[in-house]
Design a protein around this ligand. Structure first.
Ligand code: AMP
Ligand code: GLY
Length: 316
């Protein structure tokens, strides 16, 4: 492969992606839109709005890009992948329709229910009467989620019923869930719409304060490998969570091409999905890519072009 690659986004994740691509001998040029001072050290930044599908597609055409990688969720939900794909350029990143797996928690629950994927029991509530009933049904600790993209800040987990009610009152549509105990694991898998190729697991920490305290964020830090993870975890999660989800999306005519991020809780009753994301996690991508030996551009291009079947496992 000799490719010019365009990465969309401006975070630490995009810096990690651009860095790993710059080390892939098959990647000739790395471009980032809009990028940040870190990405500028490993590629060329372009002042293009990541949320503007036509502007990103136009840049990809101008650069003669052989692969576009969409980093964050907001451009995916805005249809950036669809616009680039419409120009005939391979894209690593799901269509807006498939990105609803992250963009709408209610949609993710519907897919999991159809595919038999284990997750927290939950209620979608449209008014405060339903909220009160659901809070009392599940009891404390209360888990209250805004049904939409909120950069990790739309969820509260609290023993304080009044705080739970206040959070719910500020949401358009709200999901109340049963509380999942146990450690959290982030497991990523590449998907070409049919075949999946898992990463090694990582763990991130979402609370803003030291000692895992304070409000939720998108993620404060992450590490990998997880020496304490049960043996067979990755194969189990691929079989019971990731493959059935990818199969269900394909069955609905919205194949998922990109990265499936399963946020998992390892509860006493088994693995449960806490959330799906439709893109590389931030910050988990930073430690994971420092460990990946497989050339990143080559394997993301295989996913983007429907060629993951027959790929060897990722090399760490
Ligand atoms: P989400 O945006 O759904 O990933 O939620 C953000 C964070 O809130 C998760 O990473 C968990 O730490 C916590 N959380 C979400 N749902 C639950 C749940 N049902 N039980 C316990 N903690 C949860
Ligand atoms: N680290 C959590 C996320 O990327 O959403």
């Amino acid at each position: 492969m000799t490719q010019t690659v365009l990465v969309v986004g401006s975070g630490g994740r995009e810096h990690a992606l651009a860095w790993a691509l710059s080390r892939d001998p098959g990647v000739t040029q790395v471009h980032i839109a809009p990028g940040n001072p870190g990405t500028a050290t490993v590629g060329t930044n372009h002042p293009v709005d990541a949320l503007d599908p036509d502007a990103v597609a136009e840049l990809a055409v101008q650069l003669n890009a052989g692969l576009v990688i969409v980093g964050p969720e907001a451009p995916l939900v805005a249809g950036v992948s669809d616009a680039v794909r419409a120009r005939g350029i391979p894209v690593f990143g799901p269509s807006a329709a498939a990105a609803r797996l992250e963009g709408s928690k209610a949609f993710a629950k519907e897919i999991m229910s159809a595919a038999g994927v284990p997750t927290a029991d939950g209620r979608l509530c449209l008014d405060m009467g339903e909220v009160v009933a659901a809070l009392d049904e599940f009891g404390a600790p209360y888990v209250v989620k805004d049904d939409g993209l909120a950069a990790g800040k739309g969820v509260i987990v609290t023993d304080d019923r009044d705080a739970a009610l206040r959070h719910a009152a500020g949401c358009r549509a709200v999901i109340i869930e049963e509380y999942l105990d146990g450690p959290e694991v982030s497991l990523f898998a590449l998907s070409d719409g049919t075949t999946v190729l898992p990463f090694e697991p990582a763990q991130d920490f979402k609370r803003a304060g030291d000692g895992d305290a304070g409000p939720n964020t998108g993620g404060m830090g992450a590490y990998t490998p997880l020496p304490w993870a049960p043996p067979g975890l990755v194969a189990d999660v691929v079989r019971t969570v990731i493959q059935p989800t990818v199969d269900e999306l394909r069955r609905r005519g919205t194949p998922f091409v990109g990265l499936v991020y399963a946020g998992l809780a390892l509860t006493r009753r088994g693995v449960r999905v806490v959330e799906f994301n439709a893109r590389f996690g931030d910050p988990e991508t930073q430690p994971l890519l420092t460990r990946l030996r497989t050339p990143l551009g080559e394997v993301l291009l295989a996913a983007a072009t429907g060629n993951l079947a027959g790929q060897p496992p990722l090399d760490w």
